[in-house]
Design a protein around this ligand. Structure first.
Ligand code: CTP
Length: 394
C-alpha cells in the first residue's frame, strides 16, 4: 500500500519515525510530508533514511508543472497525520490550506487518518473537541490518543496511540487484508515456568517474540486474537486479548477454555517438558547437593488434538538435528495441520532473535524451506497457509 504520513509539530513527532519504519518493513511505499513546526522537533533526514522516499515540507517546491500537492494527494491509498496537533485539526476543520500538508489533506480523495497527540487541556478544549467532532462527521478517521504520562510532565489523555493501533488503522483504511475476519485464533507463546519451591523454578530460554509476531499479524488481518502467554517482557500488541500464565497446567486450562469456540490454535509456546514431582511449599535450605525428581508435564497440543474436528492445529517443533524427520513425526503424532520446525542452534534464528528459519511442513507432506526471515514475515506466511486452509473448509 502507498501511505502518506503527515508529521506535525507535536513532541510525539519522533514516534512517527517508528511508524514509518514499521510500515516500510511490512512492504508499504511511504512518502512523508512535514509541517515547518515538525522540522523543529525531528529532522527530515530521519524520515528520508527510514522511508527510502522523499520528504517534503514546501508547498512551492515544484512549480511550474503539476503542483506537488496534487501529486501527493492522488498518489496514495491513505493519508495518516501522525501525530496531529490541535492546529492541523483546526485547519482541516476550517478548510484552511496554508502549507503543504493542509493543502494535500484538502485535495485528497484517499481516506485520512488523524492521530492526535497533545497536552490534555488542549485535547479537552471545547474548540478542539468541536473540530474533532466536525471532522468525524465528515468521515475523517481518528485514532484516539491514549491516557498516560505526557511530555508536559502530567498524567492524562493525549499520548499518541500505540504503534499497533496506528498500523491497524492505516491497514484498515487502505483496504488491508482482512482474510481472518470472523475467525477466532488462539496463539500460545513464551516459556512456561515450573516451581521447585516457593522461590525457585525451572524454565527455558523462549522470549515470546514469535508468538507476539503471530498475534500482531492475526489481529491485523482481522482475527479475534487470543494470546496465552508465559512470562515474557516483550510488549503486547494492541487489539489482542492476552491471558498471562505461568505453569504448563495454567496454560493448558486457558487453552482448553479458549479452544472451545476457536477456528485455529497456533502453539508457539516452549512448554517445559518436565516439572518437579513435589514442590516444596517453603524455601529449600542450602545444602551440599540436590537431586530433583522431575515428571513429564502435560502435552497441551496433543491434548487438544482429540477434539480437533474441522479446526486447525498448528505446532512449532524445536529440533537440533534431523529437523524435517522430527517435524513430520510431531505433525503425525499430534494430529497437526501444519508445523514450523526450527533449529535453535542455527545462527541468527530462534530464542531471543527477531528472525527465524527452518521448514514449514504441511499435512499433505509438502515441505517449504524457510530462509532466515523476520518473525513478522514468518507469521504472515503461517497465516497465509492457515487462511487458505480455513477458506477451503468453510
Ligand atoms: N507442546 C505442548 N505441550 C508440551 C510440549 C510441547 O503443547 N508439554 C507443543 C509445543 O508448543 C509445540 C509442539 O508441541 O507446538 C512441539 O514442541 P517440541 O518442544 O518441539 O516437542 P515435544 O513434543 O516437547 O517433543 P521433544 O521434546 O521430543 O522434541
Amino acid at each position: 500500500m502507498r501511505v502518506l504520513i503527515g508529521v506535525t509539530g507535536s513532541i510525539a513527532a519522533y514516534k512517527a519515525a517508528e511508524l514509518v519504519s514499521e510500515l516500510k518493513k511490512s512492504g508499504s511505499e511511504i512518502s512523508v510530508v512535514m509541517t515547518e513546526h515538525a522540522t523543529h522537533l525531528i529532522g527530515a533526514a530521519t524520515f528520508r533514511g527510514l522511508s527510502g522516499g522523499e520528504v517534503r515540507v514546501d508547498l512551492f517546491e515544484r512549480w511550474p508543472g503539476r503542483p506537488i500537492h496534487i501529486d501527493l494527494a492522488t498518489d496514495h491509498d491513505v493519508v495518516a497525520i501522525v501525530p496531529a496537533t490541535a492546529n492541523i485539526i483546526g485547519k482541516i476543520a476550517g478548510g484552511i490550506c496554508d502549507d503543504l500538508l493542509s493543502t494535500v489533506v484538502l485535495s485528497t480523495k484517499a481516506p485520512v487518518i488523524i492521530a492526535p497527540a497533545m497536552n490534555e487541556a488542549m485535547y479537552l478544549n471545547p474548540a478542539v473537541k468541536e473540530n474533532i467532532d466536525k471532522l468525524k462527521r465528515r468521515g475523517y478517521r481518528f485514532v484516539e490518543p491514549d491516557t498516560g504520562w505526557l511530555a508536559c510532565g502530567t498524567e492524562g489523555v493525549g499520548r499518541l496511540a500505540s504503534l499497533d493501533a496506528l498500523v491497524a488503522a492505516i491497514a484498515d483504511a487502505a483496504g488491508g487484508r482482512s482474510d481472518l475476519k470472523g475467525r477466532k485464533v488462539v496463539i500460545t507463546g513464551g516459556p512456561t515456568l515450573e516451581p521447585i519451591d516457593a522461590v525457585r523454578f525451572i524454565s527455558n530460554r523462549s522470549s515470546g517474540k514469535m508468538a507476539i509476531s503471530l498475534a500482531r499479524v492475526a489481529a491485523r488481518r482481522g482475527a479475534e486474537t487470543v494470546l496465552v502467554m508465559g512470562p515474557s517482557g516483550v510488549p503486547r500488541p494492541a487489539g489482542v486479548k492476552v491471558i498471562d500464565v505461568e505453569t504448563g497446567a495454567d496454560m493448558q486450562r486457558a487453552c482448553e477454555q479458549e479452544w472451545e469456540d476457536a477456528d485455529c490454535m497456533v502453539m508457539a509456546a516452549a512448554v517445559c517438558d518436565f516439572k518437579p514431582r513435589d514442590v516444596e511449599p517453603g524455601k529449600l535450605k542450602r545444602r551440599e547437593g540436590l537431586t530433583l525428581d522431575l515428571g513429564a508435564s502435560e502435552d497441551i497440543l496433543a491434548g487438544l488434538a482429540g477434539s480437533k474436528g474441522n479446526r486447525m492445529l498448528v505446532g512449532f517443533a524445536l529440533e537440533t538435528r534431523d529437523e524435517i524427520e522430527g517435524g513430520k513425526r510431531k505433525l503425525r503424532e499430534k494430529n497437526l495441520d501444519l508445523v514450523m520446525v526450527n533449529n535453535p542452534l542455527v545462527e541468527g534464528a530462534g530464542f531471543g532473535s527477531d528472525k527465524n528459519s527452518g521448514y514449514l511442513i504441511f499435512r499433505d507432506g509438502r515441505v517449504e524451506d524457510i530462509p532466515l526471515v523476520t518473525k513478522l514475515d514468518l507469521a504472515e506466511k503461517i497465516f497465509d497457509a492457515i487462511s487458505s486452509r480455513l477458506d477451503s473448509t468453510a
